[in-house]
Design a protein around this ligand. Structure first.
Ligand SMILES: [Zn+2]
Length: 387
């Protein structure tokens, strides 16, 4: 079975030093020795290797009236870059970014039919490679965000687009000769959010509501995917036994009551607006029409139910929500808070600032960690692509 195994394993001293250097910014060898507790000889030997690898550079020194300043060392964040791709069933979104998440390029295209998918992805990646400025190491890794079940770097099941029989990762790995990470999109999303939070909090649930309900779970700073990659599928938790029929074959699943299709379906069935779409629904909500408000109240009731179950199950410090309705109407968040029951201390619910882009940055983050052979890394880049 193909796994995303790390061949860039560093020894503990090298890992500690590189993490410290990235975190502290321009820093001298002496300061690194003090900070890590390593001897100056060990620091010098490891730094020499990092410089020869192109990951670290010397910024030079300057003489002052107090004597010669030590040479400062800097992590070369743009020595290479990664490409992270969100493989949606309708749309493919691709981000090229440096080692610390600074955006270099963003592209978006309609998802081609399955027989053209791999060649289209190869062409997309090649075009981004050419467009990004030349770097010493060039493309260093690719991440694929999958809207479906993944496990051990393989696509297991994709409900909306038959990607699972396609050897996407293997073909791209052979074509570009770089590691290719395959991970569920919601899992990458929580990692992307975490990348910009400077390591705190460490217990986060990233709840994403669109055509379904999915969640990425970060527990004690580590991604939790369950025994077979299916953890976080909250859309298929049953809230009404014998309720509405779900595409999964069961009845009463949450996503039949909490998703954009469910919102519109509820609105249409309760109020006989058979041809209304989401923008028209939003117009009615802006106009404070009672029918729209009643539909939203039902939607928020089910969202609060979901949040309460998450809080009771995982006791997170933070729930980050990506939801079009709440993004379009932020005042609904206050209403949602009033429906939720959770301890008021050490817990927060907020809307995602990264939105749909969180999984792209999560892919970049995982590629960067893998390539560098380290375990912790905070992003400082500007997450400035369309969310
Ligand atoms: Zn279901």
């Amino acid at each position: 079975m193909a796994t995303y195994r790390n061949d860039h394993i560093r020894d503990l001293n090298s890992k500690l030093l590189l993490e410290c250097l990235i975190q502290l910014g321009p820093v001298s060898r002496a300061a690194l020795a003090r900070q890590t507790g390593l001897t100056k000889a060990t620091v010098s030997a490891i730094i020499a290797k990092l410089i020869s690898d192109g990951l670290v550079t010397e910024l030079g020194s300057a003489d002052t009236s107090f004597g010669r300043k030590p040479i400062l060392l800097s992590f070369q964040r743009q020595v290479g870059f990664f490409i992270s791709i969100d493989l949606g069933s309708d749309c493919i979104r691709a981000l090229a970014a440096d080692f610390l998440g600074d955006t270099l390029l963003f592209k978006e295209l309609l998802t081609p039919p399955p027989h053209l998918l791999i060649s289209s992805l190869a062409a997309l990646i090649s075009s981004m490679q050419e467009a990004v400025f030349q770097t010493k190491l060039g493309l260093c890794g690719i991440a694929l965000g999958i809207h479906g079940i993944t496990f051990q770097n393989q696509i297991i099941f994709t409900p909306h687009y038959a990607m699972d029989p396609l050897p996407i990762a293997e073909e791209l790995r052979q074509h570009f000769q770089v590691p290719v990470l395959v991970e569920n999109e919601a899992n990458l999303a929580v990692l992307g959010e975490y990348a910009f939070l400077a390591g705190s909090p460490k217990n986060i649930v990233d709840l994403s509501i669109h055509t379904g309900v999915g969640a990425g779970l970060l527990l004690d700073g580590k991604l939790y995917t369950g025994s077979s990659g299916r953890a976080g599928e909250f859309g298929h938790t049953i809230i009404y036994p014998n309720g509405k029929k779900c595409a999964c074959g069961r009845r009463g699943c949450l996503e039949q009551y909490l998703s954009l299709p469910a919102l519109l379906s509820d609105y249409k069935s309760r109020f006989d607006h058979f041809d209304i779409d989401y923008p028209q629904f939003c117009d009615n909500l802006r106009a404070q029409k009672k029918e729209a408000i009643d539909t939203v109240d039902a939607y928020l009731f089910h969202l609060a139910l979901c949040i309460n179950n998450i809080v009771q199950t995982y006791n997170p410090e933070l729930i980050i929500i990506t939801d079009s309705l709440l993004s379009d109407f932020p005042w609904l968040l206050e209403k949602l808070h009033s429906l939720c029951h959770y301890p008021s201390d050490n817990f927060d619910i907020r809307l995602s600032k990264l939105g749909r882009s969180s999984s792209l940055y999560g892919g970049i983050h995982q590629c960067s960690l893998f390539f560098l052979g380290i375990e912790t890394l905070s992003f400082s880049g500007s997450a400035d692509i369309p969310s």
